[in-house]
Design a binder for this molecule. Structure first.
Ligand code: GSH
Length: 371
């Protein structure tokens, strides 16, 4: 690996430089890699082998480019480098099983702003540009030819802290959990089990003194309230397109989430925690029964507003969808006949087909996966 990817590059330059110096003109374009830039973490999706030899050789090529540019610049020689992202070549399949190739392509497509892998012509064009006189005043430069890798642009790459989601499986924290996964965000999970009452433990109250899940720890402090957390995730990772840009569509998305948070969610609290609404135990049965009626009406309202829509906002998926999915799971968990709600059930099925959603539901062992 080091012989081909590093020594090969060094010896080529060493062989070509004397002739270039004699003619006082030359262009050297080295081939590094996104993995050599130190800004793209090695992601093992579909790439099971270790990459330390490859990454270090490719990083060395970037440093070689910079130092050679300094040494050869006075002789009229430009030395540059390209750092390609993911391009499919015969090697892609030689080092992976077909399933790993598919996983590799799916993952890399998702982590690219342009949402597709590059063609070899596009890479060759970048090299041609640096080799041409169009690039006569560029030297010592590394050109990223990677379709805009989002993991290069992410918080980890920018040295910002990871996001930490405080969650409890099946709770409304499922929505931001899905949003983080959809966004390709770097995040860690911190389990705060509601069944075990951990949301009232001093450790968690120091995070969210209201003792509610979810909370999201950011580099700028802790955020609470689902609507704010979902909006923050969507705005922090705009390439994932989880919140419309146009003010009116953005407001519609927030309006839907606010209604889930301030009306639909509390309706469930009446049946789960009636003691919070009436100290007289005799009233609890009535609170639960009324709560169930209210919830069923709200679920029907949701079903009606989803008629003719692919997603909550119409034709575009947004953070409002996973939040709406959470409510479906709760209705089902309380034995309500959700299957009677055709539009809502169709939305649930569509959301469940999204790979990021499935990963999260499997992680949370969600009952939504049980059909
Ligand atoms: N308004 C808050 C409500 C959060 C909330 O009530 N979360 C529930 C879990 S779904 C919780 O923490 N329950 C524990 C409790 O109330 O003690 C939000 O939308 O984030």
């Amino acid at each position: 690996m080091l012989d081909v990817d590093l020594k090969g590059v060094f010896y080529c330059a060493q062989a070509a430089a004397p002739q270039m110096i004699r003619q006082a003109y030359g262009k050297i374009v080295n081939i590094s890699s996104a993995l050599g830039t130190g800004t793209t973490p090695h992601n093992t999706a579909g790439s099971p082998a270790g990459s330390s030899a490859y990454a270090s050789a490719k990083a060395a090529v970037i440093q070689l480019t910079k130092t050679l540019a300094r040494e050869l610049g006075p002789h009229g020689i430009n030395v540059n480098c390209v750092a390609p992202g993911t391009f499919l070549t015969p090697l892609t399949g030689e080092t992976r099983t077909p399933a790993e190739v598919a996983e590799h392509i799916a993952h890399r497509t998702k982590t690219v702003v342009l949402n597709r892998l590059g063609t070899l012509e596009e890479l060759a064009n970048a090299v041609l540009f640096l080799a041409s006189d169009e690039a006569s005043y560029i030297t010592g430069h590394t050109l990223y030819v990677d379709g805009g890798r989002t993991d290069r642009c992410d918080r980890r790459a920018r040295g910002l802290p990871m996001l930490t989601l405080y969650y409890s499986p099946g709770a409304c924290s499922l929505a931001p959990h899905i949003a983080l996964e959809e966004a390709g965000a770097p995040y860690a999970l911190q389990l705060v089990s509601i069944p075990k009452g951990e949301q009232q433990a001093p450790e968690y109250l120091s995070v969210n003194p209201r003792g509610k899940i979810p909370a999201l720890r950011t580099g700028e402090g802790v955020l609470t309230e689902n609507v704010a957390i979902l909006t923050y995730i969507a705005r922090s990772f705009p390439q994932a397109q989880l919140l419309p840009e146009e003010p009116i569509e953005m407001a519609r998305c927030i309006s839907h989430m606010a209604w889930l948070s301030n009306t639909v969610h509390p309706a469930f609290t009446h049946i789960v925690r009636p003691e919070r609404f009436a100290t007289d135990e005799a009233a609890h049965a009535n609170l639960k029964a009324t709560g169930r009626q209210n919830i069923w009406k709200l679920l029907q309202e949701l079903d009606a507003l989803l008629a003719g829509r692919e997603w909550v906002l119409g034709s575009r998926y947004s953070v409002a969808d996973p939040y709406t999915l959470v409510i479906y799971g709760w209705g089902k968990g309380h034995g309500m006949p959700l299957e009677q709600l055709d539009h809502y059930t169709a939305l649930k099925d569509r959301i469940l087909r999204r790979p990021a959603v499935r990963r999260v539901l499997e992680r949370e062992e969600s009952r939504l996966l049980q059909g």
